[in-house]
Design a protein around this ligand. Structure first.
Ligand SMILES: [Zn+2]
Length: 130
């Protein structure tokens, strides 16, 4: 396995790992941590892509085209994951959970739409679970 394969493999498993977590509801701290990790991965990918394009144009490197394609695919994948995470963070921020029945209410709700319990205090998004 080449170094490049290693990089691609690691990025892939990082994405898959976050993808799995995105399916279950995780709190904003975790989401933001994952997003930061993905952004770091994305930066590496862009650097890798730049290097591959440079090598490919400088001389005929065998398999370079496939590596570039794989790199672009990973970047697209990471961007999709980042978008998912951003959406989840937004949903977290825009909902307020009822302390009595656990149903979700608008952020500015004072009383629960479902059971009428008074919802007070700041949103504890960490407690929100789907
Ligand atoms: Zn309620």
């Amino acid at each position: 396995m080449s170094i490049l394969d290693d990089i691609l493999f690691n990025a892939k498993s990082a994405v898959n790992e976050v993808g799995k977590k995105a399916n279950v509801f995780v709190d904003n701290t975790k989401l933001k941590f994952n997003a930061a990790e993905l952004r770091g991965e994305l930066k590496k990918k862009y650097e890798e892509l730049g290097r591959l394009v440079y090598l490919g144009s400088k001389e005929e490197v065998e398999g370079c085209r496939e590596e570039i394609d794989a790199c672009i695919e990973s970047i697209t994948e990471i961007n999709t994951q980042l978008k998912n995470i951003d959406e989840n963070v937004q949903v977290n921020c825009s909902k307020r959970k009822c302390p009595a029945c656990d149903s979700f209410n608008p952020k500015d709700a004072i009383f629960c739409n479902k059971c009428g319990t008074k919802i007070v205090g700041p949103t504890k998004s960490d407690d929100i679970q789907e």
